[in-house]
Design a protein around this ligand. Structure first.
Ligand code: SF4
Ligand code: SF4
Length: 127
């Protein structure tokens, strides 16, 4: 669930408000989003992925963390690199390696897929 909006890092771009599929955020008077409906959060990480300032933290849990949890401690999350870390792992953001380049998965065949041009497709569909 969403736990932290860092007032220190937020650049008030409203991306998180726009991308959240559950309308969890309201835009605060000063432009910094507030977590208005935490119980509606579906832990999809979209807001953290899209935040250009690494200002959000979504805990990988389907319920809120305890008030004294380190996962609700912004200083701890910043010091441990967890604040905005989902976006970082995806490789989104300037200077980062795209996550797809380092993802672990099945080995792909070495052969390139055949190149199909428009003429081929037209000939095949007109037969
Ligand atoms: S994790 Fe998903 S549902 Fe929760 S606040 Fe972020 S975008 Fe909204
Ligand atoms: S996406 Fe990040 S920087 Fe933009 S308003 Fe939300 S918390 Fe602030």
């Amino acid at each position: 669930m969403i736990e932290i909006v860092s007032r220190e890092r937020c650049i008030t771009c409203d991306r998180c408000v726009e991308v959240c599929p559950r309308n969890v955020f309201d835009t605060g008077e000063d432009g910094v989003p507030v977590i208005a409906r935490q119980s509606d959060c579906q832990t999809c990480f979209m807001c953290e992925a899209y935040c250009p300032a690494d200002a959000l933290f979504v805990a990988p849990l389907s319920h809120p963390v305890r008030p004294d949890s380190p996962l609700r401690d912004e200083a701890h999350l910043a010091a441990t690199g967890l604040l905005g870390s989902y976006r970082s792992q995806l490789g989104w953001g300037s200077g980062r390696t795209p996550g797809a380049a380092v993802a672990v998965g099945p080995e792909l065949p070495a052969a390139q897929p055949p190149i199909v041009n428009r003429t081929d497709i037209t000939e095949r569909t007109s037969r």
